[in-house]
Design a binder for this molecule. Sequence first.
Ligand SMILES: NC(=O)c1ccc[n+]([C@@H]2O[C@H](COP(=O)([O-])OP(=O)(O)OC[C@H]3O[C@@H](n4cnc5c(N)ncnc54)[C@H](OP(=O)(O)O)[C@@H]3O)[C@@H](O)[C@H]2O)c1
Length: 275
Amino acid sequence: MGKRKIPSDTVVLITGASSGIGKITAELLTKKGYRVYGTSRAPSSGQTSFTMLQMDVTDPVSIVKAVASLMEKENGIDVLVNNAGFGIGSAIEETELTMARKQFEVVFWGALQVARNVLPVMREQKHGLIINVSSIAGRMGLPYQGFYSSAKFAMEGLTEALSMEVKPFGIRLSLIEPGDMRTGFTSSREWLILENIESPYLKQIKKTKDIIDKNEIKGGDPAKVARKILHVIRKKHPGFRYVVGKPDEKAAVLLKGLLPFRWFERILSSFYGIK
Ligand SMILES: NC(=O)c1ccc[n+]([C@@H]2O[C@H](COP(=O)([O-])OP(=O)(O)OC[C@H]3O[C@@H](n4cnc5c(N)ncnc54)[C@H](OP(=O)(O)O)[C@@H]3O)[C@@H](O)[C@H]2O)c1
C-alpha cells in the first residue's frame, strides 16, 4: 500500500461483497482487524461482520452515494477492491449488443466508475491501493465467454495504464486473476442459448457450457483468493499481477505467453471440447 498502516487504521472498500470472493474477502479482512465496507445492489437486512453499503456499479448516483456515506464515517479510503461482476455465456455472432454492453457496463465501466470516485480521496491522502479482480479469462479469450473475456482484457489494459498515471500520487494498482472458483458466479451467469432457432452453435455451446459448469462447481475455494488479496494489502510494495488457481490454470497463463497462438488455440479448443 506504499505507506504502511495498521489494520485498524486501514479502510477497505470491496464491491460485490454479498457473495463469493467479495464476501469471503470482506469477512477475512474484518477478522484481521481492517475497517471493511462492502457493497451490494440490494443489501439484505441480515447481519454481516462488516458494514454493507448499497451500490450498483452501473449506477453512477449509487456509487457517489456509497462513497460519500463511507467518507462520513472515515477519514479516507486506503484500499479499493473492485470485485463486483457477473458473466454472460454466448456465441459471439449471436449475442445481442445490449447484452454484450451490459457485460462491459458491470465489469469494465463499473470498476472504472468506482475507481474514479475513490481516486480523488486517494490522491488527497497521497496513498492508496486499488486491487482489480480480473480473471484468467482476462489473459486468454475463452470460447463462448467472449464478451466476459473481452471485458476483463479491457480491465487489464486500463489497470496497466492507470497504474503508471497514479503512481506519482502514491497510488498503486494490482490485478488478481482467479481461475475457476466455487461461488455464486456459475448460477448467476446469463447463458444466451438460442434453443428455438436453427443456431449453428447450439450443439457446441451446450457441450462447452457443461464443461464450464463442471469446472467451476469443482473449482477452487474462494478463500484462496481472499488470502491472496490480504497478502497484497499487507505488502509494502505490492506486485502487479497475481494468478490464483490450480497448477493447470497457472500453466495455461504461462503457456499463453510462450506458445505461438495457433498452438495454444489447439490446446484451449480441445479443453473446451471444440474440434
Ligand atoms: N468464480 C469464478 O470462477 C471467478 C473466476 C475469475 C474471476 N472471478 C471474478 O470474481 C469477481 C467476484 O465473482 P464471484 O465469483 O465471487 O461471483 P458471485 O458469487 O456471483 O458474486 C458477485 C458479486 O458481484 C456483485 N454484483 C454483480 N453485479 C453487480 C452490479 N451491477 N453492481 C454491483 N455489484 C454487483 C454481486 O452483488 P449483488 O448481487 O448483491 O449486487 C455479488 O456480491 C467477479 O469480478 C468475477 O468476474 C470469478
